[in-house]
Ligand binder design. Structure first.
Ligand code: PLP
Length: 431
């Protein structure tokens, strides 16, 4: 029996209506930016397999680091024990992140990193003698699929089925912008005015604001300017409300700089990282917080401790993969690769924007996006599946978010690969 028919009998795929979706494509192996199917067909991975693959599939240096670690220690309970790869990783992340973001809490994926951030923010205020019950987020934000993460991202509209179980999170407008947008400053001013009004009324009840910095991913690669984030940071600091950067997608070079917070020149109170952390090899995440926030959890009693943990917290293989991936990331060669991608995107978007049906070209670092003008925009737009199969036919893994076509490639992608992608997007606009 083929892999596909065995899959059809027992496997339940994520984000998939199995009754109508085409059967999944069995993949035999991956090398660099290319995935190879069981039938030998090749697919150029232009979305880094859900935004995780950083340096390319099956990168030998990361594979070797995992193998070496597996022969020494694969996993140890992380309460009451520690290990070198976790300590080294925490040291390196703290050194790379701005300011006093020096305390690292490990978990498993983007959603749990966000859950941890929300819980830490809430308990921080309790530990300092204030009961705060509100959270603030941006319209269209997406932070994962667990209950707290869904609550923070409820405005994205993905979670209506679970609405009865989500806690309330207030939202403010997100000043989405693009190349040639004449209203950027107006939108930012409107958003900041709403934030000001909210803080005037609710600052003392609000634990934190959570934001996907510079790029809102799932809701359509919606971008904002660094200046805006700096203005938000200033207002929150003045009002005494914590700032959480959900860098699950934007971390590890995606925005050009190593982290969006560095690019924006903002030091948030908490940062969530996952996806590219292990180079895309293993599930692992961290929530990094400022030293002062950690201090509020120290006490003679257990009551103030953070009573949260996962079986695989700080998995040693994940930490070893992350260290190997960081070695590659901070190398000059990787900075050059990212700069080349950004330059290619810039040119590619200029050509695409000339097509009458393509609008709102936007670019942040290695992430490029453009909208196909359709009657119904957004994630629910019916053109999404049609576009996806069109690209797959051409051997390109591009998975539009509704009518939004975007590229978020592994850094080893070549400019020839990218040219293939821009050409296909141009053609797709006429489907
Ligand atoms: N936060 C952001 C910004 C994301 O883009 C995602 C996933 O796409 C998540 C959180 C959730 O991460 P995970 O799917 O690893 O739980």
């Amino acid at each position: 029996m083929s892999t596909t028919s065995r899959d059809a009998r027992h496997i339940w795929h994520p984000f998939t209506q199995a009754q109508t979706a085409p059967p999944p494509i069995p993949i035999r192996e991956g090398r660099g930016a290319v995935l190879v199917g069981e039938d030998g067909r090749e697919y150029l991975d232009l979305i880094s397999s859900w935004w995780v693959t950083l340096h390319g599939h099956a990168h030998p240096a990361i594979a070797a680091a995992i193998a070496e670690q597996a022969h020494k220690l694969e996993q140890v309970i992380f309460a009451g024990f520690t290990h070198e790869p976790a300590v080294a990783l925490a040291e390196r992340l703290s050194a790379l992140l701005p300011g006093d973001l020096g305390r690292v809490f490990f978990s498993d994926d983007g959603s749990t990193a966000v859950e941890v951030a929300l819980k830490l923010a809430h308990q921080y205020w309790l530990n300092t003698g204030e009961k705060r019950t509100r959270f603030l987020a941006f319209e269209g934000g997406y932070h994962g699929d667990t209950m707290g993460a869904m609550s923070a991202g409820a405005s994205s509209g993905f979670f209506d089925v679970f609405a009865d179980y989500l806690f309330e999170v207030d939202t403010i407008p997100y000043p989405e912008t693009w190349t040639g947008d004449a209203e950027t400053e107006e939108k930012e001013a409107a958003s900041l005015a709403t934030l000001n009004a909210y803080l005037d009324r609710h600052a003392r009840e609000t634990c934190a604001l959570i934001v996907e910095p510079l790029v809102q991913g799932a809701s359509g690669m919606r971008m904002c300017r660094p200046e805006f984030l700096r203005a938000v940071e200033k207002r929150l600091k003045d009002a005494g409300v914590l700032l959480i950067f959900d860098e699950v997608m934007t971390g590890f070079g995606r925005t050009g700089d190593l982290f969006a917070c560095l690019k924006a020149g903002v030091t948030p109170d908490l940062v969530c990282l996952s996806k590219g952390l292990t180079g895309g090899f293993l599930p692992l995440s961290v929530t990094v917080c400022r030293d002062a926030l950690y201090d509020a959890f120290l006490d003679e009693s257990f009551e103030k401790a953070f009573a949260h943990g996962h079986s695989f917290t700080a998995n040693a293989l994940g930490c070893a993969a992350s260290l190997a991936s960081l070695d590659l990331l901070v190398d000059e060669a990787c900075a050059r690769q990212r700069a080349d991608i950004e330059a290619a995107h810039k040119k590619g978007l200029e050509t695409l924007a000339a097509h009458p049906k393509l609008a709102r070209p936007r670019l942040t670092g290695t992430i490029a996006a453009i909208d196909l003008a359709t009657a119904r925009g957004g994630y629910a737009s019916e053109v999404g599946p049609k576009l996806k199969s069109f690209f797959l036919e051409k051997g390109l893994l591009i998975r539009p978010l509704g009518n939004v076509m975007y590229l978020l490639p592994p850094y080893c992608v070549t400019t020839d690969d990218l040219d293939r992608a821009y050409n296909a997007i141009y053609e797709a606009a006429d489907l």
